[in-house]
Write a protein of this length. Structure first.
Length: 197
């Protein structure tokens, strides 16, 4: 085969690849249902309270609000406000092999906190209402580098029921949970630090 024929075949194959549809993002029913159960609250904010904290911290002694701020087919962004502190955003993503939960931590000027984008990935099907996210490898390495070895065994859980959204952190010797009342929406807060309205 001469060079001209090879070039022609290369161009034809290359141009057909440019028009190929992207592969669909696959998911399983429990992950889809869980994702949809949260997405239905898109644009709404809810007040919460700490219901379990076996190592109490004054850091959460303020008004707690979650805001299901941004939703698309593959990602949910849920800022978590502690009083005037808008540094935390939970990001739930469909990954094609499950769901991931990441914690985007920012400073007030929008720059990344040194401990940011940590979280976990589902290991199983979970349930329509409950998903667990054991710490992923990136998070374990980040925690080790930042002097937070106790966090390497973190598992985060999110529960979603018609009247309640719960965020829970568990590890050996530590449990923390915030429940948000989904029956009483509150005024949506401004964009979290590092994001725009």
């Amino acid at each position: 085969m001469n060079i001209q024929n090879r070039l022609l075949i290369f161009l034809i194959l290359g141009s057909s690849a440019a028009f190929a549809k992207p592969a669909p993002l696959v998911s399983i029913p429990t992950h889809d249902a869980f994702f949809s159960n949260i997405a239905q609250y898109c644009g709404k904010a809810f007040e919460g309270k700490v219901v379990v904290d076996n190592q109490p911290s004054p850091a959460f002694d303020a008004k707690l609000v979650m805001f299901v701020r941004k939703c698309d087919q593959a990602e949910l962004q849920i800022p978590f406000y502690v009083g005037d502190n808008a540094s935390r955003t939970w990001i739930i993503k469909k990954t094609g092999s499950g769901l991931s939960l990441k914690h985007d931590h920012r400073h007030q000027d929008g720059t990344d906190d040194p401990v940011t984008m940590y979280g976990g990935h589902t290991l199983g099907a979970g349930y329509n209402q409950i998903q667990s996210f054991p710490a992923d490898q990136y998070s374990k390495e980040l925690f080790a580098q930042q002097g937070l070895p106790q966090s390497i065994t973190n598992t985060w859980q999110i529960y979603i029921y018609p009247d309640k959204f719960s965020y829970r952190l568990v590890r050996e010797g530590r449990e923390f949970r915030v429940d948000f009342d989904l029956t009483k929406p509150v005024s949506p807060p401004p964009a979290p630090w590092g994001y725009e309205d």
